[in-house]
Design a protein around this ligand. Structure first.
Ligand code: NAD
Length: 523
């Protein structure tokens, strides 16, 4: 009998994630996949750990988070290298868009959480004169966080940390596309010395995610595609438990006739090619008004030419596509666009050599029926749409299935604000883009197919808490006006009701006090 055959079958056949470098295709390692049993064990451990974690004070929870912050601070550069190796993104991006979220959010919540989580006393209501009302928030219990590969660290850590601050325990399932970052986060949680079961990381693909949705969790916080979001929501509906869905986008950028064109062109290129365009809040539809179209386009081309594409260690602006399958999506969208009359003004092809590199691509004459306009491309492609004016741009921007973020570019801030208010999206910036998601005070989330629910800001704590209403009566009245007996009080009740409906409050109250007297008398 071979050594292999003497092993328990589940060990011999344990499936693993094989990870290859997006930069050069080299084999970066194999990672064990958590089974459905592993997932259940992690959730059970989180359930056991919950009461003690919930009962810690905010300060005590923050002590653990401060340790985590110190670890990220001391080893940040090496962590950035791991994330860049996993995703192919420039080292600067790993520092800026992944790791910097840790101090920003911990600092913000250290200040905000005590205020947001304080029991709130409400103003007294006329017909509840002896009662004091409060609203407070209670942690939900065990939270499942399921995250994607495009910002594998930030999009896992921020929901996990928010849920922890709010007093929950968590099981995190990062994307199978970026297992190195999954292992990195497991290491960070271990080193922070969090009590057993408070955070567990289960690695694996959709099957592991589905097992987590089926397990005994109290909420699912999901970031990913619309297609998977539907499955997650269906699984949550079986129980039912709440879900938050942070899904795809096709964000609009509107360049008005009075925009600062230099600033807008540099922003469009950063917002369109950052993270190789693999960003839910990437500029995926760039509307430019006729009056400035030609001048803006020249500036755009100059900026795109300046993009340095390369491996993370070569000081690149843009790396390869992280997920190989995206090469196919990008090529398909470009082919469809060409066939329907678009012009590929720059780029448009995979780059020579190893790795998943694609040329920064500028597409002009884009129209509403093209795939590149309708569906998320998630690649280094900037589609430009020429419009008569900003009203046309706004109408087109809103006539779309997605609504995550967007931006408006104008020197007239009042008009910018008015356009931003009318944009159908979860966030909208004026003369800025992308950075609003990094502002920890601003709620983030989508409308329409981009999902629902909000995190970041105080909402980022409430997302993981149940609101609880408390009403207190100090017992000064012996009885309540509405209690039994009913028989002597019908007329008084009618008087209360009719005057209340007619807006005659003083009369309504006098009938109300009459009811109280009659209740006290009890024949
Ligand atoms: P995806 O939907 O393929 O996968 C997301 C996660 O879900 C992964 O961890 C995956 O393993 C898991 N999963 C797959 N099947 C599952 C199932 N049946 N049950 C439970 N979990 C399952 O998405 P992706 O390709 O990793 O990420 C790209 C998508 O995410 C894009 O559409 C992008 O726009 C979106 N995204 C949205 C935001 C946002 O904040 N709104 C941020 C980043 C990415």
């Amino acid at each position: 009998m071979s050594a292999q055959a003497t092993q328990a079958p589940h060990l011999a056949e344990a499936p693993r994630i094989e990870k290859f470098s997006p930069v050069d295709g080299s084999h970066l390692g194999d990672f064990p996949i958590s089974s459905a049993d592993d997932v259940e064990r992690a959730v059970a451990a989180a359930r056991t750990a919950f009461p003690a974690w919930r009962d810690l004070s905010l300060n005590q929870r923050f002590e653990y988070l401060e340790r985590l912050r110190e670890i990220v601070s001391s080893d940040g550069e090496s962590f950035a290298k791991t994330i860049s190796e996993d995703t192919g993104k420039p080292l600067l991006d790993s520092l800026l868009t992944e790791l910097m979220s840790i101090p920003l959010f911990i600092d913000y919540y250290r200040k905000e959480a005590p205020r947001a989580l304080k029991r709130r006393k409400l103003s007294r209501q006329l017909f509840f004169p002896t009662k004091t009302s409060y609203v407070e928030h209670a942690p939900m219990g065990v939270i499942a966080v399921i995250s994607p590969w495009n910002f594998p660290f930030q999009l896992s850590m921020i929901p996990v940390l928010s849920a922890l601050i709010a007093g929950n325990t968590v099981v995190l399932k990062p994307s199978e596309v970026t297992p190195l970052t999954g292992e990195l986060m497991r290491e960070i949680f271990e080193r922070a010395g969090l009590p057993a079961g408070v955070v567990s990381v289960v690695q694996g693909d959709g099957a592991t995610g589905a097992a987590l949705c089926r397990a005994d969790v109290d909420k699912i916080f999901f970031t990913g595609s619309v297609a998977t979001g539907r499955k997650v929501m269906a699984a949550a509906a079986e129980k039912p438990i709440p879900v938050e869905l942070e899904l795809g986008g096709k964000d609009a950028m509107i360049v008005c006739h009075d925009a600062n064109l230099d600033r807008a062109a540099r922003a469009a290129v950063w917002g369109g090619f950052l993270n190789c365009g693999q960003m839910c809040i990437s500029v995926e539809r760039l509307f430019v008004v006729e009056a400035v179209y030609d001048a803006f386009l020249e500036k755009l081309k100059t900026e795109i030419e300046r993009i340095r594409v390369g491996a993370p260690d070569e000081g690149s602006d843009m790396g390869p596509l992280t997920f190989g399958a995206q090469m196919g999506t990008v090529a398909r969208h470009l082919q469809d666009a060409r066939e329907r009359g678009a012009t590929i003004a720059m780029g448009g092809r995979p780059m020579e050599g190893p790795g998943q590199f694609f040329e920064p691509t500028l597409v002009l004459d884009v129209t509403e029926e093209m795939e590149i306009y309708r569906d998320e491309t998630f690649g280094p492609v900037l589609p430009v749409i020429r419009v008569a004016d900003e009203e046309e741009a706004l109408r087109m921007a809103n006539n779309h299935q997605y609504g995550l973020t967007g931006s408006v570019w104008t020197r007239d801030v009042s008009r910018g604000l008015a356009l931003a208010s009318r944009m159908e999206s979860g966030q909208c910036s004026v003369n800025d883009l992308v950075l609003s998601v990094g502002n920890p005070a601003l709620p983030f989330g989508g409308v329409k197919r981009s999902g629902f629910g909000r995190y970041h800001g105080p909402e980022g704590l409430y997302a993981f808490m149940n609101q609880k209403a408390i009403m207190v009566d100090r017992g000064l009245l012996e009885v309540e006006p509405f209690w039994y007996p009913y028989a002597p009080k019908y007329e008084a009740m009618l008087g209360t009701f009719r005057n209340l409906m007619g807006g005659k409050m003083v009369r309504a109250l006098s009938h109300f006090y009459e009811m109280h007297k009659l209740t006290k008398k009890r024949p």
